[in-house]
Structures are given as C-alpha cells and as structure tokens.
Design a binder for this molecule. Structure first.
Ligand code: AMP
Length: 402
C-alpha cells in the first residue's frame, strides 16, 4: 500500500512515496525556489534497490502546481517511475505545521478541514498558506485519492492550561488564541512510541522527555504517553537555542533593539529567526562546523555549544520536576542522532538524578533505537532516529482505515 507524504512550504514541496507495509521509502525529493526565476527539483527513485537513481533538474516553477505536476510526471514515468499511475496511491498525507486548537488529531481533508487550516494562517503565516496550496494542488492532480492532514501541533493538544497559557492578559488568548501550541509533535510522538517499544511498556505507562535537536529544536515532557509540556510556544521561535533561532529570551529585548537600532518589530523578528541562535553567537548554525572551530580554538564556538547544551539541561531538569518519575530521555533529529558530544555535555554529571551515561555506547551508537546510558542507569537515555514521513504515512493509513 503506497502513501504519498507531502510537506508543502511557502516556496518548496518536499515529498516521499512510502510503502506503508514495511515503512520503506520508494521515492523522495524536493522542489525548491517555487516562484523564483529559476527553481530546482531533486528526485530520488527506487530508493534502497539496485536501480536507485538521483536526478536534479533546474527550471522555473512559477507556482506549486507546476512543481507538483513535475513530481507526478517523475513518479509515473514509463521508464523511471516507481508507479504506473496515481491509482496506485492509496492515500496522501500532508504535514501541516499549525492546527491551532481545533485539530488535536490527524483528520481526513474535506472543504471544512481545508477552511480550518486557512483559519489558522494568522498563527502560522509562513507555513499554513503553503500547506493550503499543496492540498489544493494535490486534490486537483490526484482526483479521487483521499487526503489526510497531520499537524505538528496536535500531539501537544493534551497540555493543561497551566502549561499552555502565557502570563499575559487572558483576553489575548480568548481574542487571538495566544498560547503555547508546541511543534515537532509528529517527531515527538514517533520517538516516544519507539521508546515505549524499546522499554517494553505500554505507551500510556511511559513518562518520557523527548529531545528533538535539528536545525529547529524542541523538547517534550510526556506523562503517561501524552504531552504534558513542551518548549516551543505560539510559534517555533520559542524554547531552546536553535541553529538560527533565539529560543526563549527576555521579551523586553525586542522593544529595546527596536529603540536602539531603529529597527521595526518585523525586522527584529527576522533577526531572531534567521540570524540568532548558534549562528548569532558564533557565526555558524551547523554543529559540524562548530566542532571544527572548537578544535581550532574558537572561543565563540565553545560558548555557542555551552549555551545550547546549558539550555537543554534547564528544560530537562524542569521536566524531571514536572513529571516526577522519568523512564527515559530520548535524543533524536540531526544533532540528537549524530552528535555524541552534544549528548554527552547535555547528560554530564546527572548521576544524582538517575542518569548514568555509558561513554562507549554514546560514542558508538549503532543507529538502531537503543540506550546510550549504562545498564544500571535508573533513567534510560536512548537515541532513536526520527521518521516524520513514516509517522504521517501511518497516521494517513489509520485515519483512512486502510
Ligand atoms: P535536521 O533539521 O534534523 O535535519 O538537523 C540538521 C542539523 O543537524 C544540522 O544543522 C547540523 O547542526 C546537525 N548535524 C547533522 N549531521 C551532523 C553530524 N554528523 N554531527 C553533528 N551535527 C550534525
């Protein structure tokens, strides 16, 4: 059973065609710079087989429609397509960044759901418009194929008001929905379920702290299998220090910068989103570069890593208090899966809190869901590779009852 997963951004479309039975990707790719004078499409087909190929084409894609059209052509190409025609696709799952308060679970898309996603645009002006176009184009190009929306926010909808309300006038929540929503929910849910399997416990009995560390990064406190708290807020700018995003800062800083530098609020927001975080501290947002620079004696790079891991420890510590009992801390995503030093610094000297690391396991993680803590560690530390596309495909199968 083949499921197409689409992640349509404002000027890009990422896609993956998966076999939902074994979770293997058959084809994947990305259309970039939609609307620019020149765009590109990078496509991989027959992934994991002897016929695997990769190709890149450069041409303008005036709108998402032309981009998606080209993707369909590649998927059904008589020679190098992985399917004969679109009737082989059993369902389409769309990644939607923001579902507001309405969507607390994946849902089949109809006109009412599409309108619901449009209604949340004020909360996610950079993301939801692209998702809406992606859905509209997919409906046009795959007539009769049922489609499902899977929200980054929905896993976090189990938070209680004490966790999701901000200390601002309550009317702002009532009038505009200003509250903590949280993101990366699909990833947090995926690795939490994998962790439960590893621990041999039902998910509903697991208390976990999931640590998603990619270019965007967030933590989630999971109590009895459900989200209890998370680090991102109204938007994906809040929480820990990220590649280019500042995370939580004193809110007074924004007015102060506007005043001192004569910048508008949106200019400051742009700076906090694109030129802050690790990049703002040391000029680089990629941990691989940061480690190289640390080896070369760059003090700013040292500071950037110290600050980032310090902040993650603060969140893990607060979640230990919130949860009371923790079965496991789980690292995932680009940094979480690939950076043993980041993990070691984050988990150093926590034996009194039940975390005992195994240096050898941490530095030689074998890419399977497994522990990097010592066998005797009361709280397990796991590394689990995330797979948001597979989670979206599984949700699509479940919602459509396939
Ligand atoms: P993601 O958003 O999950 O794709 O993560 C991307 C980030 O992962 C990059 O910006 C890097 O900081 C980090 N990353 C990827 N590979 C490595 C690696 N081998 N070592 C350290 N960090 C890595």
């Amino acid at each position: 059973m083949k499921i197409l997963v689409i992640n349509a951004g404002s000027s890009s479309i990422k896609y993956q065609l998966l076999d939902a039975k074994d979770g293997c990707a058959l084809a994947s790719g990305i259309v970039e710079r939609i609307g620019d004078d020149m765009g590109s499409l990078t496509h991989k087909g027959f992934i994991g087989s002897a016929n695997e190929y990769k190709e890149k084409m450069e041409c303008p894609f005036p709108t998402h429609r032309e981009g998606m059209h080209e993707v369909v052509k590649l998927l059904v190409d008589p020679e190098k397509g992985v399917i004969k025609d679109h009737s082989e696709i059993s369902g389409i799952g769309h990644r939607i960044v923001h579902g507001g308060e309405r969507f607390y679970a994946p849902v089949e898309i109809d006109e009412d759901v599409l309108q619901g996603i449009r209604d949340v645009i004020p909360l996610a002006p950079l993301h939801n418009p692209g998702h809406v176009i992606g859905i509209e184009v997919a409906m046009e190009l795959f007539p009769g194929v049922r489609q499902v929306a899977v929200f980054d926010t929905s896993f976090h909808q189990t938070m209680e008001p004490k966790a999701y309300q901000f200390g601002v006038p309550y009317e702002l929540y009532e009038e505009f929905g200003i509250r903590r929503y949280g993101f990366h929910g699909t990833s947090h849910k995926f690795v939490a379920r994998e962790a439960a399997k590893y621990l041999g416990k039902p998910m509903e009995e697991c208390n976990l702290v999931t640590v998603h560390l990619g270019n965007g990064a967030s933590l989630c406190a999971i109590k009895n299998g459900k989200c209890y708290d998370t680090s991102m807020g109204l938007t994906p700018l809040g929480g820990i220090i990220m590649g280019t995003r500042c995370g939580d800062i004193d809110p007074a800083i924004i007015g102060f910068i506007c005043d001192k530098k004569g910048m508008s609020v949106s200019e400051v927001e742009h700076m906090l989103t694109h030129d802050s975080g690790l990049k703002g501290i040391c000029g680089s947002n990629d941990l691989r570069d940061i480690h190289t620079r640390i080896e070369e004696g760059d003090e700013r790079a040292v500071l950037a890593l110290e600050m980032a891991t310090h902040r993650v420890r603060q969140f893990i510590g607060s979640y230990f208090f919130e949860l009371g009992r923790v079965d496991a801390v789980i690292f995932t995503a680009g940094i979480g899966e690939n950076d043993p030093e980041y993990r070691a610094k984050t988990c150093a000297d926590l034996e009194n809190f039940g975390i005992v690391m195994d240096k050898d396991k941490n530095w030689n993680w074998d890419r399977t869901p497994s522990a990097i803590s010592a066998d005797e560690s009361p709280v397990k530390v796991l590394v689990i590779a995330t797979n948001e596309e597979l989670e979206i495909a599984n949700d699509t199968v479940a919602v459509l009852g396939l």
